[in-house]
Design a protein around this ligand. Structure first.
Ligand SMILES: Cc1ncc(C[n+]2csc(CCOP(=O)(O)OP(=O)(O)O)c2C)c(N)n1
Ligand code: SF4
Length: 332
């Protein structure tokens, strides 16, 4: 009954409950948005593989009724690349955290985006290493406290969405858990595209990050996101007006391109797709060939008219010679 009302629930492994995530953890919102996106698109479960690294966020695939690979810290993109190249028919989805993807896995992330590798990467960015007790991560904002930055983070953070976009990813979006509908829409859009697609979700980690930054509950953290995120198009306008947005987080779509993914560049597209492409290419060529034939026929007709209009040919016609005979005479 409840599954009829919420079809995405059939993708959850109820037998694995209770899960390990804390009460109020933002990863629940990521799971919900992602499964809803898959239900709405009618994604074939048999064609999806999840790959994750190590961290709270990386535990997500263990609760999903899909094939999945729980790999080593920082390496899910590398494993996922192998799976996709071995079987390009699969939709390979990486679930990762800011530590897993941008810190220890930074190189894999950068090069997968550069290659436009055909992967959907969903990065749950909670600004810290949640699973290991809340250490500083490459995305921790300046001045925020973590177990390893008790006086406030002094390192400028990495903007992973802009890095992915600059590296060449086909699709990049960032939303916070305060905007679950936008997360779902971004995942739906990303699932329809090829190449490297990053959906970064700013998630709340009240347990080890929020409480060190006076945001003790999930509600307070969600409120903070709502009040401190600015949509990309507004941010651009505000910056033009000279407004300082350094304390705000810009959200929105940072890249939406249609370049061929690495799988296509390597010629590994599915056979049926390749056939469709060939048919489309043939259709595109056919009118050009047709045009060429018509041009050739016109040229011959004009030539014939020209020949027929010469005094010599006119005389032959007057003498009653048939066409073959005239041609024979002309070729002599
Ligand atoms: C090679 C290696 N180094 C360090 C660790 C310890 N470790 C486990 S999870 C983690 C950080 C996870 O942070 P993040 O990816 O942001 O995920 P979160 O838990 O915040 O969702 C670290 C450092 C490990 N498991 N393996
Ligand atoms: S520690 Fe943070 S990220 Fe990990 S489950 Fe708890 S709230 Fe979520």
């Amino acid at each position: 009954m409840i599954e009829e009302e919420h079809p995405s629930l059939r993708f959850l492994r109820a037998e694995r409950m209770p899960h390990i995530l804390c009460e109020g953890c933002g990863n629940g919102i990521v799971v919900n948005a992602m499964l809803e996106a898959m239900v709405e698109l009618g994604v074939d479960m048999e064609k999806v593989v999840f790959v994750s690294g190590i961290g709270c966020s990386s535990r997500i695939p263990g609760y999903l009724r899909f094939d999945s690979l729980h790999t080593t810290h920082g390496r899910p993109i590398a494993f996922a690349t192998g799976i996709k190249l071995a079987n390009p028919e699969l939709e390979v989805i990486v679930i990762t955290g800011d530590g897993d993807m941008a810190s220890i896995g930074g190189n894999h992330f950068l090069h997968a985006a550069r290659r436009n590798m055909d992967l959907l990467v969903i990065c749950s960015n909670n600004y810290n290493y949640g699973m290991t007790g809340g250490q500083v991560s490459p995305t921790t904002p300046l001045g925020w406290r973590t177990t390893t930055s008790p006086y406030g983070n002094a390192e400028p953070p990495m903007d992973i969405a802009r890095v992915a976009s600059a590296a060449g990813a086909n699709y990049v979006a960032r939303w916070s858990t305060a905007s679950p509908l936008q997360i779902k829409q971004a995942i739906k859009k990303a699932l329809r595209k090829e190449g490297f697609r990053l959906v970064e979700v700013l998630t709340q980690c009240p347990t080890v990050f929020g409480r060190r930054n006076r945001l003790r509950t999930a509600v307070e953290m969600l409120r903070w996101y709502r009040e401190n995120t600015v949509a990309l198009h507004h941010a651009e306008e505000l910056e033009r007006q000279g407004v300082d947005l350094s304390a705000k987080v810009v959200v929105g779509e940072f890249a939406d391109r249609n370049k061929p993914g690495l799988v296509r560049r390597l010629g590994l597209v599915r056979e049926e797709e390749a056939e469709k492409e060939e048919e489309a290419a043939a259709e595109a060529v056919a009118p050009a060939e047709e045009d060429e034939r018509i041009r050739e026929a016109r040229r011959r007709i004009l030539e014939a008219i020209e020949k027929l209009s010469t005094p010599r040919v006119r005389r032959m016609i007057e003498l009653g010679m048939d066409v073959e005979k005239i041609e024979e005479e002309l070729l002599k």
